[in-house]
Design a protein around this ligand. Sequence first.
Ligand SMILES: [Ca+2]
Length: 452
Amino acid sequence: MKQLFIYGIISVAVFLAPASGAESNPPNIVLIVADDLGYGDLGCYGNKENKTPAIDSLADSGVLFTDFHSSGPMCTPTRASLLTGRYQQRLGPEFDGALSGKTQRSTGLPHGTVTIAEALKEKGYATACYGKWHLGYEPPWLPPSHGFDEFRGLASGDGDHHTQIDRSGNEDWWNGESIAMEKGYTADLLTKYSLDFIQRNQDRPFFLYLPHLAIHFPWQGPDDPPHRQKGKDYSKDKWGVIPDPGNVSPHVKGMIESLDQSVGAVVSSLEKLGLREDTLVIFTSDNGGYLTYGKNFRNISSNGPFRGQKTEIYEGGHRVPTIISWPGKISPGVSDETAHSNDIFPTILGALNAENTWEDFDGYDLFPHLENQTPLADRMLFWRMRDRSAVRDGKWKLCGIGKRLELYDLESDPGETKDLSEENPEILSRLLESWEDWNKKMARSAEALRAE
Ligand SMILES: [Ca+2]
């Protein structure tokens, strides 16, 4: 399962276009991140129930990845990797999991890190974040401290989609560094700000980071009722109003379809303004979906053929839907290359043909692969969430759950059903050794950052 590109007619145009060289006319960048969207939740990834025509059409216009991975199986870790191009573990072990709204309110993404927004701002881009941040709860840990000119949205991991009240009962809807509560459905509000930003900045390069809250709980479609009120604690009641916990999917379907409408509105606005061929659009998810939650909630998301779910290090926890589209520049197709959240920042610089003067990335620039189908060089990938770990090397995947070690051959067994560790002790020990080296490297980085 390697490098399967379906060449479209556009590939001829791409072939005739000059090699990478966008520095003179830098493209706009739109990075849309869905929250908890599973591998199997979209039509273009095989879902038969959810109607996602806009995202499906984005996939038709670009490259759909079948083996793309979020850097963590949860929100905060992946967001840190996406925005910095580096493993979140370099920031310290607290970035293994989600930043807590109770105990970690006065910390966040370290100010010494360089984000995509900071790099693009330096290149003259207008920058905005509309959506869920979850890399800090209050100033000075919000997007304006990390290169974003504008921020509207929520700082925490989950706000009510109608009332914008967070899990701890706080008002959580920001304009820059101030609370500015607003009525409306979260996805629709984020779309409104995105369209306005595109309109206002149509004559200059812009970076729109649109991290939707959909489809994170509370599971509320646009037609479901509001749930949270200011001043109450929802840590034991995070989910919204779910009359039939055995079947959460109708609520999630409403959220997925509202997410799809948002993507459609953004793409249409680019088209109407004549900007579509000047804009690189990236769509991804921050981790896999929940299939079940707690004792009661069932039938939530779909991770397609993959085992496991959000918070787990099986494929269902971190193999995510990802589409990269730039009509006229990137030939439409399907890529089976193994790619990762860490690749997004270097790929954006690749699209700009801009030299990286900021940071040593852990990720690859996918742009030569997207533009010319150049295969990616071999590499190992690593995941760590507290006592859960994974190492990927080609078809092999090592999973560590506490002290238990499992080895899977993803080529013959993508569903991770048959543990081959006993039959392959050499492969197991090689991956384990790489895992230990990687951990040491991450610890040294985190230590250096603390010493700054
Ligand atoms: Ca998430």
